[in-house]
Design a protein around this ligand. Structure first.
Ligand code: ADP
Ligand code: MG
Length: 167
């Protein structure tokens, strides 16, 4: 688990862009966190890091969007129950087998249908005397052997935002 702190939307985008440099075809990232925590903001920075110039908007009402950069990016949102079943019907394995990278907002809702190899990015609001309303916790949790092998690389990519000890 790699704990980070960002202090503005731009900061979250920069962290995401830095992580985007590490991804490979077939990679899966789950974006987890309450409404307004910054999942779509993260996706925007991640897309920019892949060299995508198009504006990235929330796929809340479209289920999945696709963008082409250094790699193909599939951006999904499974907030609504009907979207969960659509994603499962849509051929998730095909998406994940493609040579693109898949980002799923609210991905924890379909965790049981996913392969055991993904990077979970958990965004949280931060409370406390030293925090501002634009502070966010960004915890990276590499799940499965493929991502766990990249823990050191993730820590290096997140160095500027690192908050706590890693394990
Ligand atoms: P989600 O997709 O998780 O519902 P969004 O990314 O759509 O969240 O919205 C996050 C909101 O919080 C945006 O209005 C963004 O400008 C704001 N925000 C403030 N500080 C941050 C931060 N540090 N990281 C990400 N978003 C932030
Ligand atoms: Mg969103």
């Amino acid at each position: 688990m790699i704990r980070n702190r960002t202090r503005s939307p731009g900061d979250t985008k920069s962290l995401a862009a830095s992580l985007a440099e590490l991804v490979q075809p077939g990679d899966l990232l789950l974006l987890v966190g309450h409404l307004g925590a910054g999942k779509t903001t993260f996706a925007q920075g991640f897309a920019a890091g892949l060299g995508i110039n198009e504006p990235v908007t929330s796929p809340t009402f479209t289920l999945a969007r696709e963008y082409r950069g250094r790699l193909l990016l599939h951006h999904l949102d499974v907030f609504r129950l009907d979207q969960i079943s659509e994603v499962l019907d849509l051929g998730l394995p095909e998406l994940l087998d493609s040579d693109g990278v898949t980002l799923i907002e609210w991905g924890d809702a379909i965790r049981q249908a996913l392969p055991n190899d993904y990077l979970e990015v958990a965004l949280t609001f931060v409370d406390g005397p030293d925090s501002s309303p634009d502070d966010r916790g960004v915890v990276l949790c590499p799940v499965g052997p493929g991502w766990q092998a990249r823990t050191q690389a993730l820590t290096t990519a997140a160095a500027r935002w690192l908050e706590g000890p890693t394990c």
